[in-house]
Ligand binder design. Sequence first.
Ligand code: ZN
Length: 101
Amino acid sequence: MHRLAVAFLGSYMKDKRGSHRAKKRMVQDGIERLKSIPGWDPAKFVSTSTLVRLKEVQHEYQTRNTFEAAQHCQQCHQLRQASGDPTALCEEHFAQAMSFG
Ligand SMILES: [Zn+2]
C-alpha cells in the first residue's frame, strides 16, 4: 500500500475522539491530499497490486502442483539421480514451474 495512504489510515484509525462528521471530513481531506500527488491514481494503484498478488498466488499454486507432478515424472527422477539435486526438474516441468500462466 502507498506509504502516505498507510500513514493517513493509521491516523484515521487512531482518532476516536472526533465526531462522525469530523472523521468524514478527514477522509475527504486525505483523499484530496492523495489525489494531489503526481502519478497517484487510486484505480490504477488498486488494480495493479491486486493483479500482482493474484499472479503470486497463481505462481505459488502452479509451482506446488509442478513439484508434486515431478514426484511421479520419470525424467525428473532420472535428472535428480544424475545431478544429486533432489529439487531438479526436467525441461518440461522446469518450464511449467517458471511459467506465470
Ligand atoms: Zn518432469
